[in-house]
Design a protein around this ligand. Structure first.
Ligand SMILES: [Zn+2]
Length: 398
């Protein structure tokens, strides 16, 4: 149990709303404003709370809306001191005062985002402690480029099940390229998590799309019945229409990092999911043209504001591959993958494997993805992969 160290009144500032009818069931946490210049998710959650309340729509369990970075939202900036969605490493969080008896925020020395993290941790853990069934967390973002909304998640089977009900293109593996995202932390606690990118920051349709995703999330989590809310059918139609010509599943295979002083300038006009070719000049920086490393789809091209991600490149994953991987994981083949040549168990880290890349050439990282592992790090010829934390709720494993 975690004590509430947040200053007086901070909890109310962070709360967008809450709705339940005292009926046992799952908890859906809609998290908005993790980046302060992305308020669309907060507006969308408010609309859903209003409709649920006004029409007293029957619900199992409880929906809660929380604001991530209250101060950055107040200032209208992505973040104040550091990116709030890059500081959720478990080892860092375990050292925060919030987990210590009689702990307190270390006031003057803490960054704005340190204090926001303490506040959000308090709010999240209070909701998790009160939950009496499965917990789902939807992290709602928008982007600097135009393009259709999409859902992203760590590839566990419960995350997949939840995400596939949102009728948005599914993006796998983004978290292998970025450390410390809030959903990775929540996922490591055993909860089901999906992130949603709703569209361009200033586009009013982004609010509509995220609202649609929240309605679909309530159904996907088994909390409301479609018959009780016509919004659900409308949401499905809207999401299906916007996703129609897009690949249903994409795996992120490349991230272009931006360092301070790079003078990174994206070539104008790229949209999310635009097909790109190897060698194409996607941007310029102080070293000259930045070329596309392989054929694929461009995701999250960086056009303005703060941030360290220039763009991501994804490649389409065939839906059949996902079905195969579901079957293999249910057969628990992940438990014997260390029998493969060039693969051994990590001597100290549970659920981690060490792969000798020259001996294990013929099966690439993809086979580990297939079995539910993710890349942890590469050291010379050695690759370390770790099993994604199983989702624990209802005893189901991923
Ligand atoms: Zn964001």
């Amino acid at each position: 149990m975690i004590r509430d160290n947040s200053p007086e009144g901070a909890t109310d500032q962070r709360l967008i709303g809450t709705y339940d009818q005292g009926c046992q069931g799952p908890t859906l946490v809609c998290l908005g404003g993790v980046h302060g210049n992305e308020p669309a998710g907060i507006h969308a959650a408010k609309r859903v709370f209003e409709t649920l309340t006004k029409r007293r729509i029957p619900i199992r369990g409880r929906m809660v809306g929380l604001i991530g970075n209250v101060e950055a939202l107040r200032q209208g900036v992505r973040h104040v001191d550091v990116d709030f969605n890059r500081i959720w490493m478990s080892e860092r969080i375990s050292k925060l005062d919030i987990f210590k008896p009689n702990g307190h925020t270390s006031g003057a020395t803490a960054s704005v985002e340190d204090r926001e993290q303490m506040g959000l941790l308090s709010s999240l853990h209070r909701v998790f402690d009160e939950a009496d069934d499965e917990v789902f967390v939807l992290d709602m973002h928008t982007m600097s480029a135009d393009g259709a909304p999409f859902a992203l998640f760590g590839d566990t089977l419960p995350n997949r099940r939840f995400a596939s009900g949102l009728h948005a293109p599914l993006i796998l593996g983004l978290e292998e390229h970025i450390d410390g995202v809030v959903l990775d932390y929540v996922n490591s606690l055993g909860h089901v998590t999906v992130g949603i990118e709703g569209g361009r920051h200033e586009d009013p349709r982004s609010i509509d799309y995220i609202e649609a995703v929240i309605w679909l999330a309530l159904v996907s989590a088994g909390m409301i019945r479609e018959a009780d809310a016509p919004e659900v059918a409308q949401a499905r139609a809207a999401m299906t229409a916007i996703s129609r010509d897009l690949p249903p599943v994409v795996e992120v295979c490349y991230r272009h990092p931006i360092e301070d002083g790079d003078a990174f300038q994206m070539t104008p006009g790229y949209r999310n999911f635009q097909a790109v070719r190897k060698g194409e000049v996607l941007a310029h920086d102080k070293n000259g043209p930045v070329r596309c490393p392989e054929d694929g789809y461009i995701l999250l091209p960086f056009y303005q504001g703060l941030g360290n991600d220039g763009f991501f490149i994804g490649r389409e994953v065939k839906v059949g591959w996902l079905k195969v991987s579901s079957v293999l994981r249910r057969m628990r083949l992940d438990a014997v993958v260390h029998w493969l040549p060039g693969v051994r168990r990590h001597p100290t880290l549970k659920d981690n494997l060490i792969v000798n890349r020259s001996r294990a050439k013929w099966y690439a990282l993809e086979i580990f993805h297939l079995l539910g592992f993710r890349k942890r790090r590469v050291e010379g010829d050695t690759l370390v992969v770790g099993r994604r934390k199983p989702n624990l709720a209802n005893g189901r494993r991923s």
